[in-house]
Design a protein around this ligand. Structure first.
Ligand SMILES: Nc1ncnc2c1ncn2[C@@H]1O[C@H](COP(=O)(O)OP(=O)(O)OP(=O)(O)O)[C@@H](O)[C@H]1O
Ligand SMILES: [Mg+2]
Ligand SMILES: [Zn+2]
Length: 496
């Protein structure tokens, strides 16, 4: 047994590496900057957690989503690692203070790019040796350029301020262009690259046509009733997520609930945990759910609508089959889908008058904290992305309606273009897998022929249906104690 295998077994209980992991880990251990692509569920977290145990110093992980950080910290704690924390808005002032004051005690510290903006946080981070600076879901650097998270693009400068620790950039879904963006923004031109396929061979891809929305709803109900679960239904809007969950609850025996960005973060974490702990069979959600969620046995992912990008589609279906077992992705299509998605994107546009109003508010207020400013603008009904973008531009001195409008239009056009691309890929005649892989600049070589590929290549959906009686479901009422258990695991007092 090699030293690496020993460590793998000692800390994680696994006896072998997943494809690609070992090369990535060796690159990190040799002190090199590394860009790594492993498919969804490919085991990217272990690629920094294992070296964390072998290197002196702290591993700093930048992660885009709150629920994702919470999840990762919880998983580490369940595995007995107490030296893990997430610095985010879920922490109270005191908890945050505690973590920062005892920062030298942590091995794994997760934070959002926005949290790194604080000079105090930066000062504290400078006081500890950082063995590895990880950017998880690194495609967000480029992708969320479109969604506008300016803090992501500042990570390169931040790294310098932190004394230039080695970087590991991780993603499952990057095109060549996105990788180039990641390299430029993080100055990783000399990094070792370990790029594996985005393909998930154990997920069969299916597209089904429906005459209209009513038919789609009926089909979802039928699928949820018949397919082996648990499963996820991706919906175009918050309202749809709520409605479909209601329909499923009333018309099937499945335990369903909804999840979207309009919910309190506590509620979101609760639903996610209920799902992970098999207290829900199906979750109806918007694209706010998914990235990084690691539940091994999700058997199906249904898209009730067109996804907004090919990256999002791969991320979303990637929740399925993480245990390697056969799973299925089903996209329901009906006339008008494209226009609906177009409208959703165009809802983000703002009028000259609205921009002028925002400029006036920004000029009049003394407030310069971006988060608080965002809250102020959102109270005036400005969308979150728009608010973020306008504040950023304003702070850069771009204070004219014309300039701000041009920037917003440009980004909206990019979004529309990406949506047109994925719509085209999912509708064109031919192998769906090949279609998706082409987008990621890959050619498709069928694996071993045993696994069903896609509805174009042909497969039997009944393979994914339930056989015999439904398994007995755990009652929901034990949940509140479960939640308490999870949160008490995370109280900082435990470090004492
Ligand atoms: N060597 C291994 N052997 C067995 N299981 C592993 C191994 N490495 C990781 N895993 C398991 O694989 C699952 C997926 O890992 P992880 O969540 O890190 O995937 P990921 O690549 O980050 O996926 P995503 O892109 O969706 O975030 C986890 O449950 C993890 O414990
Ligand atoms: Mg991950
Ligand atoms: Zn195919």
């Amino acid at each position: 047994m090699t030293k690496l295998q020993q460590t793998l077994y000692q800390f994680f209980g696994f006896t072998s590496f997943k494809k690609g992991q070992e090369d990535i880990i060796r690159s990190i251990l040799s002190g090199k900057d590394t860009i790594a692509m492993l498919p969804t569920g490919g085991g990217k977290s272990l690629c920094y957690q294992l070296p964390g145990y072998m290197l002196d110093g702290m591993v700093l992980i930048v992660s885009p989503l709150l629920s994702l950080m919470e999840d990762q910290v919880q998983q580490l704690k369940v595995r007995g690692e107490k030296r893990a924390a997430a610095l985010n808005s879920m922490l109270s002032r005191q908890e945050r203070q505690f973590v920062l004051e005892h920062i030298h005690r942590y091995k794994f510290l997760y934070l959002s790019p926005e949290a790194l903006r604080s000079p105090y946080v930066l000062e504290k981070l400078k006081s500890v040796p950082i063995s590895l600076f990880v950017i998880d879901e690194a495609h967000c650097i480029s992708e969320w350029g479109h969604d506008f998270r300016p803090d992501y693009s500042k990570l390169g400068q931040l790294r310098k301020k932190l004394g230039h620790p080695p970087v590991l950039a991780l993603t499952a879904t990057a095109t060549k262009d996105t990788l180039q963006d990641v390299m430029n923004l993080l100055e990783l031109q000399h990094a070792e690259r370990h790029l594996n396929s985005v393909n998930r061979p154990n997920i069969a891809l299916r597209v089904e046509n429906a005459a209209d929305t009513a038919e789609k709803i009926n089909r979802v109900i039928q699928l949820v009733e018949n397919l082996q679960g648990p499963g996820i239904v991706y919906c175009p809007t918050r309202k749809w997520a709520e409605e479909l969950a209601g329909e499923i609850k009333s018309k099937t025996s499945s335990r369903a609930d909804f999840y979207h960005g309009g919910m309190e973060s506590g509620d979101r974490i609760l639903i996610q945990q209920q799902f992970i702990h098999n207290q829900l069979d199906v979750i109806c959600c918007t694209n706010a759910f998914g990235m990084g969620v690691d539940k091994p046995d999700i058997r199906y992912v249904i898209h009730f609508h067109l996804p907004q990008t090919a990256e999002a589609f791969m991320q979303e279906i990637g929740r399925a089959g993480r245990d390697g077992k056969p799973s299925v992705s089903i996209l329901l299509r009906a006339p008008g889908d494209f226009e609906l998605q177009e409208q959703i994107i165009q809802m983000e546009s703002v009028t000259d008058e609205e921009i002028a109003n925002v400029i006036r508010v920004l000029e009049e207020t003394e407030e310069r904290d971006e988060r608080r400013l965002r809250d102020v603008l959102m109270q005036y009904g400005v969308g979150e992305t728009q608010a973020r973008m306008m504040i950023h531009l304003f702070m850069q001195g771009k204070t004219s309606v014309e300039l701000i409008k041009r920037e917003i239009s440009y980004r909206m056009e990019l979004k529309l273009e990406k949506m047109r691309r994925v719509s085209f890929l999912l509708q064109r005649d031919g192998c769906l897998r090949q279609s998706m892989l082409t987008y990621f600049d890959e050619s498709y070589e069928p694996d071993d022929g045993n696994l069903p590929c896609c509805s174009h290549c042909g497969f039997d959906l009944s393979l994914y249906e339930q056989k015999g009686e439904r398994s007995k479901k755990a009652p929901l009422d034990s949940w509140s104690s479960e939640l308490q258990r999870i949160f008490s695991l995370q109280t900082v007092g435990e470090l004492n």
